[in-house]
Design a protein around this ligand. Sequence first.
Ligand code: HEC
Ligand code: HEC
Ligand code: HEC
Ligand code: HEC
Ligand code: HEC
Ligand code: HEC
Ligand code: HEC
Length: 425
Amino acid sequence: MSIIGCLFGGFVMTGAQCDTLSPTGSFGIYFNSTDPTNDDATYIGSAACNSCHPGYAADHLLHGHASALTGIEGQPPAYPAEASQAGVPNAPNGFDFNDIAYVIGGHNKGALFVDTDGFLLTTGETGALAQWNLDFPANGTAAGFAEFAADQVDPLSFDFVQFAALTTGPQAQDSENPSFQDNRPGMAGTFAEAGVQCEACHGPGSNHAPNPGARNLFVDPTGANSCNQCHVQPFGSDGATIPASDGFIAPQAQYAEMRASGGHAEFRCTFCHDPHVSTTYDRPNAIRNECTACHTDINMALHDGMVFTRGDYVEELSCVSCHMPFAGKRFSSANADVVGDLGRMGDTRSHIFRINTDEATFDAMFNEAGNEVARDELDRAAVTLDFVCARCHNGIGAFNISLEGLSGVAVRMHGNLATDEDAAP
Ligand code: HEC
Ligand code: HEC
Ligand code: HEC
Ligand code: HEC
Ligand code: HEC
Ligand code: HEC
Ligand code: HEC
C-alpha cells in the first residue's frame, strides 16, 4: 500500500487506488513483460504449470477461461464442483457425446457443440435445438435446449476465426501452417491446448519449467497482449468499434466497451480484475478494486441498502446494478414476462459504465444499421435507461416507472454526489 499516492491520467490517486496500479506489490519487476514467445519456447500444457503453482491452478480451474473449450471423449464435459450452475448433461436431440468433439463453454450461461468433423452443430443444418442454456436466474432463463443459428443451413466451420479466443496458442491456417486441428475438416488452423489456459496469457513454458528461478515467463501487466486481444470481436482487432446485433452488444467486446467509457478508457482490466479468479463463481475475490475503492465520494443514488427480488432472483443494489447493466448477449435474453415491455436485458454485463439519461430506448444506443454501438463527439458510448433501470422497474420486479419518469429521476441521480438526501427527485 502506497502512502504518498501515485498519478494516473492526470489524477492523483491514493491508497487502494495505487494498489490497482501495483496489484501484487511487484509491478514493473517481472523479468519478462515484453516477449510473449518467451524466447521461442514451446507449449507444455497447463497440467505442468499446475503441479508447481497449485494456488493459481485452483483459481483458474474455477474460471470460465479453463472451460472455454473442452475436448470430449464420449462423456459429458466435467466442471469443478464449486461451479454450481455449470454442466452439459446431454448432446442435442439426435446426437450423443460420441458424435461430439468439443463443447464450447457450459461453465456459465450456456454451451455449444462441435461435431467430430469439426463443424458447429446449428439448428439450421440439423433441425435440432443446438444450444444448451444453463439456469440464469438474472434474466429468467431456465436450463434447457434452445435454437442456435436457425438460418445457417450450410455446415458452419469451427475454424481459427471461431476458436482463436477459446484456445491456447491458436494459429491461423496459411502456407506455413496448412494443418487442420486434429485433422478435422471443419477446423482449419491449429491450437496447442483447448480453453484459455495458463500459457494463453503467459506464453509457452518450455524454457521456464526446467529453470523457474530465471522467471523466464511472460507476465503482461498491461493486458495489451493478453486480455485485450480476446475481449474484442473479431479476435485481435483494435477495439475501435463495439459490434452489436439484435439490439444487444456483442458478448466478447469488453475491451472495445472500455475504450468508449470516457473516464475508464485507458484502464487496464487488472485495475479491477484479478486475472485468475472467476467473476461468476468467486465474485468477492475476482474484483480486486470495487467501484468505491476509487469513487470514495459517490452515494448509492437513492438505492442504498435496497434489495431487488423477482421470483428466485435476489440482487443487492450496488454501483454495478446500474452502471454495468446486462446490455450484452451471449446465449440468452429476458422476455417481456420477466422485464415488461420497456425493460431490456441480455446475459452479459456492459463495461461502458456511462448512462444515457435521455428519454430514449435501446435503438438510440446503436448506429442506424444496428451493428455497432453509437458514439458521441468525444468517442464515448452510453447505455440507455431501458437496460439500466427498466429491467427492475417494470411492475414485475420493482414498481413500474415510465421512461419519462425514469429520465426525470436519472438526470440528477446522484444529486450533489455527496449524500442520498440531496439526490433527485
Ligand atoms: C518446476 C516447477 C514449475 C513449473 C513446472 C512452472 N513453474 Fe512457474 N514458477 C516456479 C517458481 C519456483 C517460480 C518463482 C521463481 C522465483 O521467484 O524465483 C515461478 C514463477 C512463475 C511466474 C512469475 C514470473 C515472474 O516474472 O515473476 C509465472 C507467471 C509462472 N511461474 C507461470 C508458470 C506457468 C504458466 C507455467 C506452465 C507453463 C509454470 N509457471 C510452470 C515454478 C514452476
Ligand atoms: C487470463 C490471463 C491469465 C491466465 C489464463 C493465467 N494468468 Fe497468471 N497472470 C496473469 C496476469 C495479467 C498476471 C500479472 C499480475 C496480476 O495482475 O495479478 C499474472 C501473474 C501470475 C503469476 C505471478 C504473480 C506475481 O505477481 O508474482 C503467476 C505465478 C501466475 N500468473 C501463474 C499462472 C498459472 C499457473 C496459470 C494457470 C493455472 C495462470 N497464471 C493463468 C494473467 C493470467
Ligand atoms: C485466449 C483468449 C482470452 C484471453 C487472453 C483472456 N480472456 Fe477472458 N474470456 C475469454 C473467453 C472465451 C471467455 C468466456 C469463457 C466462458 O465463460 O465460457 C472469457 C471470460 C472471462 C471472464 C468471465 C469468466 C467467469 O468465470 O466469470 C472474465 C472476468 C474475463 N474473461 C477476464 C479476462 C481478463 C481480465 C483477461 C486478461 C488478464 C482475460 N480475460 C484474458 C477469452 C480470453
Ligand atoms: C472499472 C472496473 C473494471 C474494469 C476496468 C474491467 N472490469 Fe470487467 N468487470 C468488472 C466488474 C465489477 C465485474 C463483475 C460484475 C458483477 O457481476 O458483479 C466485471 C465482469 C466482467 C466479465 C463478466 C461479464 C458477464 O456478465 O459475463 C468479463 C468477461 C469482464 N469483466 C472482462 C473484462 C475485461 C476483458 C476487461 C478489460 C478490457 C475488464 N473486464 C475491465 C469491473 C471491471
Ligand atoms: C481504479 C480506480 C477506479 C475504479 C476501480 C473505478 N473507477 Fe470509475 N472512474 C475512475 C476515474 C479516474 C474516472 C475518471 C475521472 C472521473 O470522472 O472522476 C472514472 C470515471 C467514472 C465514470 C464517469 C465516466 C464518464 O466519463 O462519463 C463512471 C460512471 C464511473 N467511473 C463508474 C464506475 C463504476 C460503476 C465502477 C465500478 C464498477 C468504477 N467506476 C470503478 C476510477 C475508477
Ligand atoms: C440506481 C442507479 C445507480 C446507482 C445504484 C449508482 N449510479 Fe452512478 N449514476 C447513475 C445515473 C443515472 C448517472 C447519470 C446521472 C448523474 O450524473 O447523476 C450516474 C452517474 C455516475 C457518475 C458520473 C457522475 C458525473 O458527474 O459525471 C459516476 C462517477 C457514478 N455514477 C458512479 C457511481 C458509483 C461509484 C456508484 C456506487 C456507489 C453508483 N454510481 C451507483 C445511476 C446510478
Ligand atoms: C437491480 C434493480 C434496480 C435497478 C437497476 C434500479 N432500481 Fe430503482 N429501485 C429498486 C428497488 C428494489 C427499489 C425499492 C423499491 C421498493 O421499496 O418497493 C427502488 C427504488 C427506486 C426509487 C424510489 C426511491 C425511494 O427513495 O423510495 C426510485 C425513484 C428509483 N428506484 C428509480 C430508479 C432509476 C431512475 C433507476 C435507473 C437509473 C433505477 N431505479 C434502477 C430496484 C432497482
